[in-house]
Design a protein around this ligand. Structure first.
Ligand code: AMP
Length: 273
């Protein structure tokens, strides 16, 4: 596995390879969710590039940038064992200069739900993703459905800017008890870890309600809120794949999303119907 720390090093590494490039961008502290993306990239491409970069521009003031988990050695091993060809591991100044051209998330879709709670977060996400997609010359790039709004906005950016990369959505990987894997789960104490199960439990209940024929979004949201008590719920939302709020679930075009704080840890989860 080649480790590249700058765009120039990455380009040199890529020049020694041929064929399709599968790219998995991450912020490290790799878990089985990340590994699932990497494995899919491995199966579908000749060359696999993974980036590990805790992107400062997507963290708001007061968020967990400085304490975001960093696991360099373990991450390198996981990449090596997963058959990654090139690991891109840049410092901040290898990614950003002064007075740059800026990328801004769309006014509505970028500033609702996650974008409302974390205004400007998606500007930072899109800024780093466009850089990474360009540096890696990715044929295909892999993103988790767990970050559904991020996935939708990246897909939109690729369309809006006529970029030549295929965005591949990967199902959320969960622990056996339902908790969606997240690098932030390490912040949870044992009792918070149990409380955190309310997120996936509420989504499971939403799925059951829909299977029983319930379609009204407000009814599903009401039941979910009940299950989520006493967590500090930021939102429970029911949207279509374009992230427009919908009053009735339409099978095949609905995403049910939840964001809540468990102690001081912010968790998100969703289910696609
Ligand atoms: P992160 O390191 O949190 O920025 O995540 C990197 C990529 O992994 C993103 O595309 C996430 O959506 C994806 N991801 C994170 N958690 C999971 C999960 N539990 N299942 C599938 N993909 C995930």
């Amino acid at each position: 596995m080649i480790i590249a720390r700058t765009a120039v090093e990455l380009r040199a590494a890529l020049d020694s390879k041929t064929g399709s490039i599968g790219f998995v961008p991450t912020m490290g502290a790799l878990h089985i969710g990340h590994r699932t993306l990497i494995e899919k990239a491995r199966v579908e491409n000749d060359v696999v590039v993974v980036s590990i970069f805790v992107n400062p521009t997507q963290f708001l003031a007061g968020e967990d940038l400085s304490k975001y988990p960093r696991r360099e050695e373990a991450d390198f091993k996981i990449c090596q064992l997963s058959g990654v060809d090139i690991l891109f591991y840049p410092e901040v100044d290898a990614m950003y200069g002064n007075d740059e051209v800026s990328i801004k998330a769309p006014d509505i879709r970028g500033y609702i739900l996650e974008g409302a709670v974390r205004p400007g977060h998606f500007d930072g996400v899109l800024s780093v993703v466009i850089k990474l997609l360009n540096i890696t010359r990715a044929t295909r790039a892999y993103f988790g459905k767990k970050d559904a709004q991020q996935l939708a906005l990246i897909t939109q950016m690729v369309e809006n800017f006529f970029m030549c990369v295929e965005i591949i959505a990967v199902d959320t990987v969960r622990e056996s008890d339902g908790l969606a894997l997240s690098s932030r789960n390490v912040y949870l104490s044992a009792s918070e870890r149990i409380e955190a199960l309310k997120l996936s439990a509420s989504l499971k209940r939403a799925t059951h309600l829909v299977m029983q024929g319930v379609r009204a979004s407000n009814e599903i949201q009401r039941v979910m809120f009940e299950i989520l008590q006493p967590l500090d719920v930021e939102y429970v939302a029911i949207v279509n794949r374009r992230f427009e709020s919908i009053s009735e679930v339409v099978i095949g075009d609905t995403i049910v999303l939840v964001a809540a704080r468990v102690g001081t840890t912010r968790l998100i989860d969703n289910v696609w119907m």
